[in-house]
Design a protein around this ligand. Structure first.
Ligand code: MEV
Length: 313
C-alpha cells in the first residue's frame, strides 16, 4: 500500500586508506560517517513526478544530465516494484557536501531508494539496495569499485576488496579523526580516469604505487585492530604521498595535510577521489584535534568535523 509520506536516509563515508588502488582490486578501509547524512522525503501528490534537490527543482522528466544517476534509480525502483511513475514528489536534503569525497552521490541514491520502498510499503534487502545504488554510481563515477555504496548501505567499517564478500571489522582506536572539506568540488570520475591513463602509459612506474597503496591498507587494518594510532598515522601520510604521485592531490589538499602534520597530527591524507574534496587527519587527543581543526579553518578549510573514529563527539 502506498503511504502519504515516507523518508529514507543515507549517511556519509570516509575512506581511511586505499582509495584509487581499490579500483584495481587492492584492499581499502572505509568507515561510515554519521556526522553527515542525506534525507529523501517522498510525498504523495497528483500528477507528474517532481523533484527538489540542490541541483534541480521541477519535473523529473526535465532533470538535467547532472542528476541522471538519481533519475535513473527512481525510474528503476518504480519499474521493479511494478508501480506507476506518477503521483509523488521527492525532496532531497543533505548535509554531505557534494563532490567532496564523502560519498554524497551514493548516499543520495541509498536515501532515495529506501524512501521510495517505504513510500510504496515494500521492504528491500541490503543486496538489492547495493545493486540499485551501483546503477546510479556507475552513471556518476564511470567505473566505481563499489566501496562507497557498500559502506553507506551496511553502515559498518569495511575492509573492502572489489568483488569479494564484504568484510566488516571492529576496532578500538585511541585517536580522533578530523575530516576537513577544502571547499572545492571534484569529479571522482575524472580522477579515476586519469589514474587509469597514467597506469596505461607507464605501468612500470605506477603499478608499484597501486601495489603499495594496497599493502598500506592491509597494514592499516592491523594497526587499527591492534590499537596502534601511530602506525596508522604513518601509513596515512605515506598513502597521501603516493596519491599525490598518482596526480590526485592538489595544492589545497597538500596545504591542509602539511598544516595538520606541522601541528602534531599523527598522519594526514586526502580522502576519496581527491583533486579537491576532503582530507583527513589523525590526532591522539580530542584537544589536539580541536586545535588542528581551528588551524585548518584559519588556513582555508571550509568545514571541519572531529569524530572519535566515526562516532560523534
Ligand atoms: C571514491 O570514493 C573512491 C575511489 O577509489 C573510486 C572508487 O573506489 O570507486 C576514488
Amino acid at each position: 500500500m502506498t503511504n502519504r509520506e515516507a523518508i529514507g536516509t543515507g549517511i556519509g563515508k570516509i575512506i581511511l586508506l586505499g582509495e584509487h588502488s581499490v579500483v584495481y582490486g587492492k584492499p581499502a578501509i572505509a568507515i561510515p560517517f554519521s556526522n553527515t547524512k542525506v534525507e529523501a522525503i517522498i510525498k504523495k501528490t497528483n500528477g507528474d513526478v517532481t523533484l527538489d534537490c540542490v541541483f534541480f527543482r521541477g519535473l523529473l522528466s526535465n532533470a538535467p544530465e547532472r542528476i541522471l544517476g538519481t533519475k535513473t534509480v527512481i525510474e528503476k525502483v518504480v519499474e521493479d516494484l511494478d508501480k506507476e511513475l506518477r503521483d509523488f514528489h521527492i525532496e532531497i536534503n543533505s548535509t554531505i557536501p557534494y563532490e567532496s569525497g564523502m560519498g554524497s552521490s551514493a548516499a543520495v541514491a541509498v536515501a532515495t531508494i529506501r524512501g521510495l520502498y517505504r513510500f510504496f510499503g515494500e521492504s528491500i534487502t541490503n543486496d538489492r539496495l547495493i545493486d540499485l545504488t551501483n546503477i546510479s554510481e556507475k552513471i556518476v563515477h564511470g567505473n566505481p569499485s563499489g566501496i562507497d555504496t557498500s559502506v553507506i548501505v551496511m553502515e559498518t567499517n569495511l575492509y573492502y576488496v572489489k568483488g569479494k564478500q564484504l568484510d566488516p571489522f571492529h576496532f578500538k582506536l585511541d585517536a580522533y579523526l578530523i575530516v576537513a572539506h577544502t571547499g572545492s568540488q571534484s569529479q571522482t570520475k575524472d580522477a579515476v580516469r586519469d589514474v587509469r591513463l597514467l597506469i596505461e602509459k607507464n605501468p612500470k612506474k605506477y603499478r608499484p604505487i597501486i601495489d603499495e597503496l594496497g599493502n598500506i591498507a592491509y597494514r592499516g587494518k592491523m594497526a587499527m585492530e591492534g590499537n596502534n594510532p601511530i602506525e596508522l598515522g604513518n601509513l596515512m601520510t605515506r598513502a597521501h604521498f603516493l596519491l599525490d604521485k598518482l596526480s590526485v592531490s592538489n595544492e589545497k589538499l597538500n596545504k591542509l595535510v602539511d598544516i595538520s602534520l606541522d601541528n602534531g597530527a599523527l598522519g594526514a591524507k586526502l580522502t576519496g577521489g581527491g583533486r579537491g574534496g576532503s582530507m583527513i587527519a589523525l590526532c591522539s587527543t580530542k584537544d589536539e584535534a580541536k586545535y588542528i581543526s581551528n588551524k585548518l579553518l584559519d588556513k582555508g578549510a571550509k568545514k571541519v568535523w572531529v569524530s572519535n573514529m566515526g562516532v560523534d563527539i
